[in-house]
Design a protein around this ligand. Sequence first.
Ligand code: NAP
Length: 254
Amino acid sequence: MAHHVLILGGTTEARQLAGRLIERGGLKITLSLAGRTREPAAQPVPVRTGGFGGAEGLARYLAQEHIRLLIDATHPYAAQISRNAAGAAKLANVPILALRRPPWLPVAGDRWTEVASLGEAAERLGNAPHRVFLALGRQDVRVFSTAPQHFYLIRSVDPIEPPLDVPHATYLTARGPFDEESERALLQSYGIDAIVAKNSGGDATYAKIVAARALGIEVIVIRRPELPDVPTAETVDEAEAGAAHVLASAKRGE
Ligand code: NAP
């Protein structure tokens, strides 16, 4: 019987890994999405959508579906599902592998201020009005209505509904990857003087950091949350190799 692998997704890397593993053959792959995005990107494997009901719910799913390997390829800021995954793997005695992009590191010329939370980022903008680019998810921007003195340029995958309760905001919907030239043009055309961003890592959204460096714009970076200590791969290649290794051991143990 084909070994069943569950990939917790919502990232480009999860989709790429699912494609790689299905191409290897002899595996059944299910990719799980939280269901936040209205029109999620097409996936190369069957998808299930929606929460499991905490670590216990996920552990039940792992047992019912005879999952042989759980891969946590969620976004580095999706800390709850990562904690649930680690807990469920323990409860159900299923091997787990995380795929986490390494964070970006500041380089010469970057003007970064690291903060612990979105609320702290809103405070850091200060009292004087700024022109702020919020490169954040739909669920992350609401806190900025506590700082209505600023102009906000808000870019998200899905529309922000209802709009923020602030007098000056412009909304863009777009899905990465973004390139440096267009990011620079965007920042300049809106006269942006501060950016609030997560340290997502990877290439798809790094162009805004490079553009900010070139233009001398301050970036308020939300620090990554603590994530559980589980075996971790940093790239799709590493995760594919790690998964193959775990599944080969499972086969030998049959
Ligand atoms: P979260 O706070 O860690 O998760 C909240 C709850 O959503 C979880 O407890 C779980 O519900 C459910 N959930 C999350 N990811 C799931 C998945 N892949 N499959 C099934 N259920 C899932 O996560 P979040 O920040 O809301 O992010 C949700 C999804 O969006 C993740 O898959 C993540 O990869 C993706 N994403 C997040 C960000 C970000 O910045 N947070 C950015 C890009 C993409 P139950 O407890 O009921 O199981």
